[in-house]
Write a protein that binds this ligand. Structure first.
Ligand code: NAD
Length: 378
């Protein structure tokens, strides 16, 4: 049975970049049930689209543990794989769809949300198809290859009256949420200097033909798209969800020319904010890195390696080491988003936030290509 969801008017709720997600949440008009109404006992039905490693290793298992949503279907290019998932997760074979039959989900009451977990370059077509089927949509990060695609995704969801959210799991992770609180409440004053890096070592045998992350059309770019988006996110969190006014950037050296024929191997960039704050950032496929630090005049906050991975982040501040319960990131995100939908609350990670990040990414690439400072139009 499909749980009736409140109509969500995304169009009237344009994300306001200068507000924190939490402040936007408090300020935005509420749709549907009041916040203090207990969530219904019914779980929302989620269909995973794209049964690759993130779905198989993280999201599927997380959906066995979620309280407010459960796996009720899949979209896959392989009928055999779909049947295996149906057996393992206990949903009916009628809920196995192919990429060509997404439209047929429209009449399926078991599925409330389609979670797009395909390569970046096809997120837009999959999100638009999901919206046309009348389902709420979560799309994995990065939201899409271009701002133009993000705009088309947002428009399709608005026109269909469904929500669009981005799989930014860290917004639902308590240590990262504490960083957002320190920024929002200016506990140490505004963060003015930030350093962030994220990366992993790419398989030296991989090529643009064998690995979509190295393929420009499917990935949109290299480590900036894949790992750098987390750094962009962290910097914007530290700046209470403001977008930078300008960026500078340069590509790093290519030491594995057979691997990196289409996308960068590494990239370093700076983000400059209206209040004079500056962030120095790095994303790479040549090294295992993952950390973030933000400094204000009255103190600092740091998330140590592996800041952006699935483990419990180690948050340290100039006042000590705050500790929060460790959560499974995917469970926290999926339950958080299900509750946002059921209560009619705005999402902590709406499509507009994903679009902001792609606008920043486009400016970073333009700066790296030109060697010039580039204004960000987020
Ligand atoms: P993957 O290669 O393991 O899986 C991708 C799946 O998409 C495959 O099942 C593939 O068959 C399917 N697919 C659908 N249409 C396709 C097309 N046109 N071309 C190629 N494959 C197609 O990749 P993954 O690691 O699972 O990543 C999927 C998405 O999830 C990416 O956007 C990635 O950035 C994101 N991701 C997010 C996190 C996170 O922590 N939030 C972690 C890993 C991956």
């Amino acid at each position: 049975m499909k749980t009736p969801l409140p109509q969500v008017s995304v169009s009237r709720r344009r994300f306001i970049g200068q507000l924190s997600a939490a402040a936007a949440f408090l300020a935005a008009p509420r749709a549907g049930r009041a916040l203090d109404t207990p969530p219904p006992s019914k779980k929302l039905g989620v269909a995973l689209l794209g049964l690759g490693s993130y779905s198989t290793d993280e999201l599927g298992p997380a959906l066995r543990k979620t309280e407010h949503c459960q796996l009720t279907g899949v979209v896959t290019g392989s009928r055999d794989k779909g049947e295996k998932w149906a057996r393992e997760y206990g949903f009916p074979a009628k809920n196995i769809f192919s990429y060509a039959t997404i439209a047929q989900m429209a009449g399926n009451p078991d599925i409330d949300i389609i979670y797009v977990v395909s390569p970046n370059g096809v997120h837009a077509e999959h999100v638009i198809a999901a919206a046309k089927a009348g389902k709420h949509v979560i799309t994995e990060k990065p939201m899409a290859n271009t701002v133009a695609d993000c705009d088309a995704m947002i428009a399709a969801c608005r026109d269909a009256g469904v929500r669009l959210m981005v799989g930014y799991r860290l917004h639902y992770e308590p240590h990262t949420a504490e960083l957002c609180r320190l920024a929002r409440e200016k506990t140490f004053g505004p963060f003015m200097r930030m350093d962030g890096e994220n990366g992993f070592t790419m398989d030296s045998e991989a090529t643009a033909d064998t690995m979509w992350r190295l393929n420009k059309k499917l990935a949109g770019g290299g480590p900036l798209m894949d790992m750098g988006v987390y750094v962009v996110q962290a910097v914007c969190m530290a700046k209470v969800e403001a977008a930078p006014v300008s960026v500078t950037a340069k590509f790093g050296p290519v030491t594995m020319p057979k691997v990196f024929t289409e996308v960068e191997q590494s990239i370093q960039w700076t983000m400059e904010f209206a209040d004079g704050a500056r962030a120095k950032c790095n994303a790479t496929y040549a090294e295992q890195l993952s950390s973030f630090r933000a400094d204000a005049n009255g103190g600092w906050a740091e998330i140590e390696y592996p800041a952006f991975y699935y483990a419990e982040p180690i948050l340290k501040t100039s006042r000590g080491k705050p500790h929060f319960p460790h959560v499974n990131h995917q469970v926290a995100q999926l339950d958080g988003m299900a509750l946002e939908l059921m209560s009619g609350r705005p999402s902590l990670a709406p499509g507009e936030m994903g679009r902001r990040d792609i606008a920043i990414v486009e400016a970073i690439y333009a700066a790296a290509r030109s060697g010039q400072r580039v204004e960000v139009r987020a």
